[in-house]
Ligand binder design. Sequence first.
Ligand code: NAD
Length: 347
Amino acid sequence: MSTPKMELRELGNTGLKLSCVGFGASPLGNVFGPVPMEEAVGCVRRAVDLSINFFDTSPYYGNTLSEKILGKCLKALEVPRSEYIVSTKCGRYGDGFDFSAERVTRSVDESLERLQLDYVDILQCHDIEFGSLDQIVSETLPALVKLREAGKIRFIGITGLPLDVFTYVLDRVPPGTVDVVLSYCRYGINDTALDDLIPYLKGKGVGVISASPLAMGLLTEAGPPDWHPAAPELKAACRAAAAHCKSKGKNISKLSLQYSLSNKDISTVLVGMNSVKQVNDCAFGFSRISKMQTFVKHCPYDDQVEENITAAAELATEGIDDETLSEVEDILKPVKNQSWPSGIQRT
Ligand code: NAD
């Protein structure tokens, strides 16, 4: 199969050009189930080969495992540093939240060591709704500005599930403090709430990253992991939508990713990918037999990296399947924009 070229999109005022499909590395921290090392390398290699240039991780994913594995993979692949963009986060850890200036400053050095990098392109305050937003404004972001001036990070971001936390912070910091927001689960077929915020973000010159186009597994045939926080009726509606697509010989994940990608105001859509069909030779010295056993055991039929990149390429050439999209939208209408509580509940 010929390699589809990934569309690059500008990220706000950063000057960065991100592949429209970004590689979400939380699965490398075993967040959705165990991912053996050789499969992780295979996924990252496949992503690079198929022209994904954006990788997102966090010290929180797998309690630092995702950062360590992503660092090893990128090092092993020997891709020139200027050819990929890495985002990691601070403030959320396996043992809780800490957005203090001291902790986030130390956190960056720890992340750089695990990632085996001299700088990260984007550093994001991870899930700010769990912290004091006033602390984010008055202490955390000023600490990150110093790190940006020191060259350890190139750009600053904030992430979260509720959307009002972004406006709270952006209304209170000097222009140019925050370069990027990462919103998740708020721009997919079942939830498009992010769309209303985009004009405001554009007005502030802030780049938009949208993560979890498959709603953290809700919009997949396999369904979400046990820990998924959605209410039963939302899970049931997504299950019905996936079954409907399957009955027509269509794939809910492909449709969902294409839907998120169709919004060109979103610079990149981060998908979590943890399986790849072809595990190539890698620098970790695994024997071919062990690779084949892993292949047979963990990913006999699917290659999420290639599937997702092909979905993007097909969207560009053929457009989206409007008929199936409209049927799925009808199924999901009763749960449209239904989210779930996250963080400190503010009145
Ligand atoms: P997602 O919606 O991308 O879903 C991931 C799940 O879908 C995984 O189980 C994966 O195996 C499966 N999947 C991927 N491609 C598939 C395909 N083609 N067919 C079938 N199943 C497929 O959710 P996510 O992984 O939570 O989000 C993506 C990334 O976004 C994360 O890895 C992370 O980097 C980022 N993210 C950040 C935040 C935050 O900063 N607060 C929150 C959520 C996600």
